[in-house]
Design a protein. Structure first.
Length: 368
């Protein structure tokens, strides 16, 4: 009996490993589930790449049905990656040495996952699945974009025109670090190395020097950045003992507004640069129910033209701030977006050595 090919995706969040499986040739048969990450199982301990990769494989096997074969898998890893230069055989596929998730630094998740596949499926079957890696903000952007517009794009007479009308969309993941990806005319602005907005320079306001000393970014201690002032890691350093659950439940409006202000500074700069039609923000920072509103208020204030009474006339989308800045709705967008990218790679790119979907990504973003 011929086996049904399936493709899989795994997203490594700080608290959960999220995984998904679907048929390789259609979006039918989508299954999604999650298991606790190594970090959540042992609070206070660091992330553990090998353990989380193993959790992903166990989860994927659990979602697969009798008679199904794993054709390809995409691992949606913490970034940035070491290089996007495929001819760099030494470093291609490795996580960057400055990755925020320290235990993934300079490791090669593709090689490690191959080892696990060989253990689980044996020498012959374990070699078959193609393994890709992808970046978290990029996968989330694709997943959310397809959630918002997938049906319209599928049924459009003229998809190119529709994509132009939809306009650019900025997707932000504000979590342990802060990343973003821009989709413009249906295609990501970057494929693999999405926008590293976490290291954007932002202006500290009302901070005392001791706080700024404590919050220095290891990559560039000389200037404050968004990650160093307003990521979930920054929250933990600012207010020792404040963990995610405390931040999520916090009613300290002054503190929350300060964090939101820094995120809004980055959003204002990106808006002035790329003029998105919409911004979608996700990640655990916006799990606090006040945050999205605060960020929206600061953003409008920062972009308001005080010489003219109306909101910056060059940015008509800002006239409706609730529509312009929205919160990510689907927590599984990252793992679903990864599957979508993977399906496209398999159809559009026959280069099996292409572990990232960088090239295929440039060929458009249409659902299968
Ligand atoms: Zn930085």
């Amino acid at each position: 009996m011929t086996k049904q090919n399936v493709i899989a995706s795994a997203y490594f969040a700080s608290d959960d490993v999220i995984f998904a499986v679907r048929n390789d040739e259609s979006s039918k048969g989508l299954r999604v589930d999650r298991l606790a990450s190594a970090e959540r199982k042992r609070p206070g301990h660091q992330a553990n790449m090998e353990e989380d990769l193993n959790t992903a494989l166990v989860g994927i096997q659990r979602l697969m049905k009798e008679g199904e074969a794993l054709k390809a898998v995409v691992l949606i890893c913490p970034g940035p990656f070491m290089t996007i230069n495929k001819s760099d055989l030494e470093d291609y596929g490795k996580i960057g040495r400055n990755a925020e998730v320290k235990n993934w630094r300079q490791k090669n998740p593709k090689e490690a996952f191959r080892g696990l596949l060989l253990q689980a499926f044996g020498d012959e079957e374990g070699r078959k699945p193609v393994i890709y890696i992808y970046n978290q903000a990029g996968a989330t952007a694709v997943g959310e974009y397809m959630r918002l517009y997938g049906d319209q794009i599928r049924h459009a007479d003229s998809p190119g025109k529709l994509l132009k009308n939809i306009g650019s969309h900025l997707f932000v993941v504000a979590d342990a670090s802060i990343d973003a990806a821009l989709i413009t005319d249906g295609e990501p602005y970057h494929g693999l190395s999405t926008m590293n907005v976490g290291h954007h320079a932002v202006l500290p306001v009302g901070e005392n020097p001791a706080t700024l000393d404590n919050l220095q970014c290891a990559a560039h201690p000389g200037r404050p950045c968004l990650n160093s002032l307003a990521s979930l890691n920054a929250v933990k350093r600012r207010w020792p003992g404040t963990h995610y659950e405390d931040f999520k439940a916090s009613d300290d409006l002054e503190k929350l507004s300060l964090i939101a202000f820094y995120i809004a500074q980055m959003l204002a700069n990106v808006t002035l640069t790329t003029t998105p039609a919409k911004i979608i923000i996700g990640g655990r920072i916006v799990d606090n129910p006040h945050m999205t509103n605060f960020i929206r208020e600061h953003l409008v204030r920062l972009l308001q033209d005080h010489e003219w009474p109306e909101i910056y006339p060059g940015y008509p989308d800002l006239q409706t701030p609730d529509d312009f800045l929205q919160q990510q709705e689907d927590r599984d967008s990252g793992v679903k977006g990864g599957l979508h990218v993977l399906a496209r790679v398999l159809v559009k790119d026959n280069n099996k050595d292409n572990i990232a979907s960088f090239d295929a990504y440039k060929k458009g973003l249409f659902p299968l």
